[in-house]
Design a protein around this ligand. Structure first.
Ligand code: DX5
Ligand code: ZN
Length: 216
């Protein structure tokens, strides 16, 4: 199965970001997933624009920026300038989601919408044809290293059906608790992009772990 593997830099050693990014460059990873948290939309703060710029200075793979922040429209341009090639906002954080998606698309990068585990797929029905990616949260956003939520499989299938019925080209990305045990079933259910943080960076050989995810 041809999948996109996106290691999440949130699980990297922040004191050695340059070498962590180089490891991803040398691996079979396709994208670098970059989790931005504001301490308001989610109960944690990760990092902001200068850190994304620093990652981008060393990255040879596209930055997939996942904005877990309120009012993302205030920062979309800055993350674009910092090097983002995919920008994802949360449906739950955006009362004017259509406008937010148009803003991202006007920059010429991929526009994504993320859904929390409790958010119904039907929330996407009027936006799915306009977006390039659905980021389906398979944990509650805010922290790496959490347990995968099993209901995700049913949601992937539902999103897939919606994509077909609305003739959308959106990719389905799974974010949270992805490992070699659930990856194959997720791809079989219709996922296109697998984000993996802890599973990659806590392993003894991250490059090989990326290879094994890519080889599924
Ligand atoms: C969670 C983040 C995820 C996280 C995934 O809020 O959006 O991208 O880094 O990490 P793991 O793979 O450790 O669950
Ligand atoms: Zn994420």
């Amino acid at each position: 199965m041809k999948s996109i593997i996106a290691p999440s830099i949130l699980a990297a050693d922040f004191a050695n970001l340059e070498s962590e990014v180089k490891m991803i460059n040398e691996s079979e990873a396709d994208w670098i997933h970059v989790d931005v948290m504001d301490g308001e939309f989610v109960p944690n703060i990760s990092f902001g624009i200068p850190v994304v710029e620093a990652i981008n200075r060393h990255a040879k793979k596209p930055l997939d920026v996942h904005l877990m922040i309120v009012h993302p429209e205030r920062y979309v341009d800055a993350f674009f300038k910092a090097g983002a090639k995919v920008i994802t906002v949360h449906a739950e954080a955006c009362p004017h989601l259509h406008r937010n998606i148009q803003q991202i698309k006007a920059l010429g990068v991929m526009a994504g919408v993320a859904l929390n585990p409790h958010t119904p797929v039907s929330q996407l029905s009027e936006i799915i044809a306009d977006i390039d990616l659905v980021c389906l949260m398979s944990v509650n956003p805010g922290f790496g290293g959490q347990k995968f939520i099993e209901n995700t499989y049913a949601k992937v299938k539902e999103i897939n059906a919606l994509i077909i019925s609305k003739k959308s080209n959106a990719l389905i990305e799974i974010d949270g608790g992805v490992n070699l045990q659930n990856a194959k079933s997720l791809l079989e259910a219709g996922a296109d992009v697998l984000v993996a943080g802890n599973f990659v960076f806590s392993s003894t050989n991250p490059k090989d772990t990326i290879h094994r995810l890519k080889a599924i």
